[in-house]
Every structure is written in C-alpha cells, then in structure tokens.
Design a protein around this ligand. Structure first.
Ligand code: AHG
Ligand code: MN
Ligand code: MN
Length: 338
C-alpha cells in the first residue's frame, strides 16, 4: 500500500470543507499562487542552462538593480493570477504602483502582494531564494480598487506564505489556522503536505543578523548581540550560534524549522528609513507565519502586524522568531527609552 499523501489541493479543500475557513475563491487563489511558485522553481533550477542568471539592466522603484529572475518571477505571478476572477489587484516589490486586473477578466475581492524573488543576491551563487506572498480582502463597501486598499495592517491578512527554492522546494502557508509545510514532489508535480502545526521553540541559542552593520546599529541591538557573543562567560550564561543566509525566506524557514531569532533592524546607514525590509511584501507575511507558529515579531516598538502602513513600498525594522528572545530585544529597547 502506498503511504497516504495529502496534496496541497486536498489540504485546501479540507480547510474549506471542515470549518469554512477558506472560501472557494481564496482556495483558488492559493492554488494559483502555488502553481506560479512551481513554475518559478523550475525556472530557478535551470540556472546557467536557461536565460535566468545575471542582471536585467533595470532598477525597481526602490532603486535596486533588478535581476533577470526578479522580473521573470514577477511576470509568472502576474500572468498566473490575473485571469482567475478571484483578485481585484496585485502589488509587488518589483512594480512601482498597483497592478489592476485587466477589464477583460472578471474581478474578485482579494488583494495579492508579493516579493516575487527574495534573496536576489543569492541567485547567481546557487544559494536558497524564495517567493513571499500575502493576501488581504478589499473593503467590500468601496467600488473599484486603489493603492489605499493595500494599506491595511498585517493582522488583517487572510492568507500568507512563502515558497523557498533550496535543496527542496517547500511551500509554507497559513490561513490563520497554524502553519503547514508542503514539499514539491517533482515526480508527481504537486506540493505534498510534509508538516502541520509548525511550532517555533520559545527559546533559542541561534541568532541571525548581518554583523557587518554592527557599527551602525542602535544601542539596544548592540547590547543584545554583544551579550550573545559573550556566551557562557557573559550575562546569558550560554553559547550562541550565528547564521545569516541573506535570503529572508531561508532564514525564516530555518527559524520555523528549529527556532532562532532574525533581525534586520533600523541602522544609521540610512537613518530616515525604518529598516531595509518591506512591510507589505516581506515583514507582514513572515510575521504572521511566525506568530501562527507560536513565535513573535516586532519592529522594536510594536507588533509588526499592528503597524498601519502609509505607503506601498514602506520599510520596517524587523525582529522575529523565538518568543523569549524577541521579547528580550523589545525589553532592551524599552529600557533604553527610560
Ligand atoms: P530582496 O532580494 O527581495 O531584495 O530581499 C533581500 C533582503 C532579505 O531577503 C535579506 O534578509 C536581506 O535583504 C539581506 O540584506 P543584506 O544583503 O543587507 O544582508
Ligand atoms: Mn525580499
Ligand atoms: Mn525581491
């Protein structure tokens, strides 16, 4: 007898059937996003054999040089999602403004936001990268759709997830009922449920931060990392390990798998920016996944999911992962204000 496998399709159908958690339209949306991720995964895997490596010779609205795969992944997600009738509009890290579903297709009530290719600096060096996505509902009282519809706090997300293209391709998803992981079975061509009820341990001895920015950090972040570095001889009385992949998807995936703390805080390099990571495409979906797995996420002042966005490409400071460590970092910020 073959072992019973649960495909993503079946998982979503059961979520819809058992408690109506996912309306049919949302189920369709998530299946389409997953299909797009599968396609991106195949493009990523072509590497030097396909036309997918290197820069595209253009910049995005945030002034970052676009890689070919940034653009390919963006196009795959747009093309896959525009015709299904479940969306009102999309927004992407790689597009200046929102993308309205063309009038030739039916319009739905959902809003989809994505970072089509996270970890762009890792593409050409064959290190894990990914796609991050976040789904909201449009205000039903309003006709049409505008940028303002996208400026909702992260706690109003109805689905969020990412797909990591690493040694395996893994799709990680929440619809507000915990976190589930699906591994791409390349022989079947489908995502198969490989872990449910993902839980982040409350304590950890592993931190992730780009240490090269240390001299630019605010004192509470320096204090936290300093204490970790002192190991058993320091106030924490235990040794810490460090990891930094430079793909948020891969760092968060590790934290969902075995715990840890991830930080991309504000720093003095660009003091007017709250941080590097984008609130709508990166911080919100990752924060909801982490909270759904029992972890915590804040911007050194408040819960990220409570931040009221004011602009599409807004940035935010990010501290997320194992609850007790994340709360400690927040505590150090509170103490510094006294
Ligand atoms: P993106 O490739 O979508 O621009 O995101 C990259 C982000 C994030 O994935 C990662 O954690 C961080 O940038 C790495 O930044 P540094 O190169 O400054 O370490
Ligand atoms: Mn990114
Ligand atoms: Mn990106």
């Amino acid at each position: 007898m073959p072992t019973r496998t649960i495909s993503l399709t079946r998982y979503l159908v059961e979520q819809q059937r058992h408690d109506g958690r996912i309306p049919g339209e949302l189920r369709l949306l998530l299946e389409v996003v997953a299909r797009a991720c599968k396609r991106i995964s195949y493009e990523v895997n072509k590497g030097a054999l396909g036309e997918v490596l290197g820069t595209a010779g253009s910049e995005n609205v945030q002034g970052e040089v676009q890689k070919k795969l940034d653009i390919i992944a963006n196009e795959v997600l747009i093309e896959a999602n525009e015709w299904g009738g479940h969306l009102a509009a999309m927004a992407s890290e790689e597009m200046d403004g929102i993308y309205l579903v063309p009038n030739r297709y039916p319009h739905g009530e959902y809003l989809l936001m994505f970072d089509p290719l996270d970890g762009s600096s890792n593409i050409d060096v064959n290190v894990s990268i990914g796609t991050i996505f976040s789904v909201f509902k449009k205000d039903p009282g309003q006709d049409g759709v505008s940028e303002a519809d996208f400026l909702q706090p992260g706690r109003q997300q109805v689905a969020a997830g990412y797909c990591v293209y690493g040694p395996q391709t893994t799709l990680v998803l929440t619809v507000g009922d915990g976190v589930a992981m699906f591994t791409l079975d390349r022989e079947l061509g489908s995502f198969v449920l490989t872990q449910e009820n993902v839980t982040i341990p409350e304590d950890t001895q592993e931190f992730a931060i780009n240490m090269s920015n240390m001299r630019h950090w605010a004192p509470p972040i320096r204090r936290y990392v300093d204490e970790c570095l002192q190991g058993v001889e320091g106030p924490r009385e235990k040794n810490f390990n460090m990891r930094w992949i430079a793909s948020m998807v891969a760092d968060v995936h590790r934290i969902l798998t075995r715990g840890g703390i991830f930080m991309y805080p504000w720093d003095q390099r660009e003091p007017t920016k709250p941080g590097k990571l984008r609130l709508l495409y990166e911080a919100n979906p990752m924060s909801w996944l982490v909270e759904q797995a029992g972890g915590a996420a804040h911007n050194c002042q408040q819960r990220i999911l409570d931040v009221q966005p004011t602009a599409l490409h807004e940035r935010v400071s990010v501290v997320l992962g194992s609850k007790n460590e994340v709360e400690r970092v927040l505590q150090y910020h509170l103490e510094a204000q006294q």
